[in-house]
Design a protein around this ligand. Sequence first.
Ligand code: BMA
Length: 362
Amino acid sequence: MKRILPLLLLVLTACNNGDNKTMDAAKHSLLDRLMTYAENGRIAYGHQDDLAYGHSWLVTDWQNDPLERSDVKDACGHYPAVVGFDLGGIELGNEANLDGVPFGLMRKAALTHLERGGIVTFSWHPRNPLTGGDAWDISSDQVVRSILPGGEKHAEFTLWLKRAADFIQSLGPGAAVIFRPWHENIGSWFWWGGGLCSASEYQNLYRTTRSYFEKERGIRNIVWCYSPNGNCTPREYSERYPGDQFVDLLGIDTYEYIGDSSLQDARLRFRQELKGALDFVTIMGSEHHKAICLSETGLEGLVDPVWWTEALYPAIKDYPISYVLTWRNAHDKPGHFYAPWAGFDGAADFKAFTELEQIAVL
Ligand code: BMA
């Protein structure tokens, strides 16, 4: 036994070192790819939850499904280059996420997309750990404080981090992914939002999360994205920035809303809002040597028939963003979609967008 123990330790350390190398190489290559898109003036196109479900369909028998269906592919002939998934619900140990996607399916879809040469990104809409409500429960401004070290919910929150980390780790050391927790944090619609915690509490939350993954769990193959809502000032964006050691990718989430405006006015407003945000995120990216992205965008229901070429593309084409991701096509809410699908008759403009030289799809 005395002889075997050091040998066992040696083997375990060697395996660990091997995994570390694999993880570092995978992360490096993902970062490199994001930078290369921007350097070459290209923008990868992404879609949330593609492969798991689309408008009015959801993969059910996922163990036996090759996951070949995609609304984006139906509309333009290609898979999106980037696919996003949401971990909301993993913290409770649930079998499926908040939108009904089994985590088994999510894992398979993420790995399938990586094998096809795509990029995978995870967001997270966790429940409210203090009130028991959902991510949008903003009834208390004590939530972030309660989960930080020393807070009454810290131990429980650490278990939540463990469950999220277990899932990402289960993809394997060679599977580098983008993770953008605590997003849209300047506005006050999530419990980690601007009016619900101080800037230093927010930074502490983000840093605690990354430290848990890296230091406690040794997970090094994650590209960490900071993605506030885009309708914020440069000062607000920077004030809550967790710091260069904690962030690898700078993002913003900005949507177009029509409301009572004409399509033209709504497009203009969207372009101005994106310009405001992308101008300073571009500068910050180059000063801090970070890749940048438009981590979420879209026009719900695609009510503007030329949204892709007349609103989105003109607004992003002059910026070195590595990717742009439009939000999900809900399987159970017919009006809640952000990309065309097989039966949608406004797919031509989307197809034209994906065929632009500058836009990368698989
Ligand atoms: C929101 C909506 C919700 C969804 C959540 C997480 O923007 O799409 O319906 O539950 O994202 O995916």
